[in-house]
Design a protein around this ligand. Structure first.
Ligand SMILES: Cc1cc2nc3c(=O)[nH]c(=O)nc-3n(C[C@H](O)[C@H](O)[C@H](O)COP(=O)(O)O)c2cc1C
Length: 376
């Protein structure tokens, strides 16, 4: 891998740590979602079960440290800490794009360190869809899986980023057929993931048609890759690209909406993009996700001087999730998925325009209205 590409990876990390790379005016949509308080939960808090099956293993909590890095000397330490964190808490981890190590095998350890530190939990590999559209095939996918003994392989879609970066690769013709080929050739589960722009019902339908196992919506409202590229373009004094990236800073389908758009088919749903609290994890699962991925907060926590902070964050997510479940009377994740909830505001408007029946979420579990009760 060229020095230039390696530096680019590091510039991305630096921009994410030092600059504001969050969506500005667009939010995730979870602010429009309300879970309904139940004053008398029918079980005790300590009976709540948040374990979930993912890629052939059972996680202790429905959480994944989502794709961040690899392929740079400094990425080794990051993946070491992330791997340790995933293993300690029994949650999943996904490495960043493995393209760097496919091109330069001396970089393999910057990814495989994650498997060393996370020998038993789910570890997910990652390669870019644009590379598959151009040149990659089954061999590259198999090598990426072997490199980290991956339990699943994610193919990421990042065409907004490709559009707004100098080195961008705007080739996508043929990618869908490649995904079909990969799905029939690999026994390892396949994830197709976005990187902050969300996935629509149209794409979800096509991905279901070819049997993709998991769709990670990675929607709008969290890390904006147009923002990351905006900062890079400013630093490099490239006004045209900086303006283009600024225009598209807030582009994409909000995460909460994308979960609903993608749910309902055979592919299981991973929710990511701006999910920061355990209450948002609960809302994401209640909207239809099986699992939640989080990236930027974990990258920031790896930099923290206090090594306990990252563990405290995972523990906070878990206790916040369980608190929501207790207060809505959902004993496990299946019950959480069918809990009643209210969707209002922009999220309700968007979903209604797209033909989704928003009101049905409010009475998925039967409500006995007062007049019905009185008849008894
Ligand atoms: C520094 C950084 C590097 C990333 N690199 C990758 C990558 O290599 N492959 C990928 O699929 N996603 C990558 N992502 C995208 C995330 O996995 C995720 O889809 C996106 O950041 C939205 O989630 P968030 O709001 O929790 O950060 C990266 C994110 C960050 C912050």
């Amino acid at each position: 891998m060229s020095e230039k590409t390696r530096n680019r990876k590091w510039e991305h990390i630096q921009a994410c740590i030092k600059k504001d790379v969050n969506f500005r005016s667009k939010k995730t949509g979870f602010e429009d979602v309300e879970l309904i308080h139940r004053a008398i939960p029918r079980f005790n808090f300590n009976e709540i079960d948040i374990s979930v099956d993912f890629a052939g293993k059972t996680l202790k909590a429905p959480l994944m440290i989502n794709a961040i890095t690899g392929g740079h000397e400094k990425a080794l330490k990051i993946n070491e800490i992330l791997g340790e964190t995933a293993e300690k808490h029994g949650i999943a981890m996904q490495v960043g794009s493995q393209r760097a190590a496919l091109e330069d095998p001396s970089l393999v350890s910057t990814y495989s360190i994650a498997r060393e530190k996370a020998p038993t939990t789910v570890l997910v590999g990652n390669l870019g869809g644009a590379q598959f559209a151009m040149e990659y095939g089954i061999e590259e996918a198999k090598n990426a899986i072997k490199m980290i003994k991956a339990d699943a392989l994610a193919i990421h879609l990042n065409y907004l980023q490709e559009c707004v970066q100098e080195e961008g690769n705007k080739v996508s013709k043929g990618l869908y057929d490649k995904l079909k080929t990969l799905k029939s050739a690999l026994s390892t589960p396949l994830i197709v993931k976005e990187t902050g722009c969300g996935i629509s019902v149209e794409e979800a339908g096509d991905l279901n048609d070819i049997g993709i196992d998991y769709i990670d919506v990675s929607g709008a409202g969290g890390t904006s890759w147009a923002a990351v590229e905006f900062h890079r373009a400013l630093d490099k004094k490239q006004p045209l690209l900086a303006n283009l990236a600024k225009t598209y800073w807030d582009w994409g389908i909000p995460t909460a909406i994308s979960i609903v758009e993608c749910s309902g088919g055979p592919a299981r749903i991973i929710a990511s993009g701006g999910i920061r609290t355990g209450l948002e994890v609960a809302k994401a699962i209640s909207l239809g996700a099986d699992l939640v991925g989080i990236s930027l907060p974990f990258l920031n926590l790896v930099q923290d001087k206090d090594p306990n902070k990252i563990h405290q964050y995972v523990e906070t997510l878990i206790i916040e999730l369980k608190t929501a479940m207790f207060l809505i009377n959902s004993k496990n994740l299946e019950e959480l998925k069918s809990a009643n909830l209210i969707i209002r505001g922009n999220t309700a408007e968007w979903l209604s325009f797209r033909g989704f029946e928003v009101k049905k979420f409010a009475h998925r579990q039967r409500i006995a209205l007062p007049e019905e009760k009185n008849k008894k």
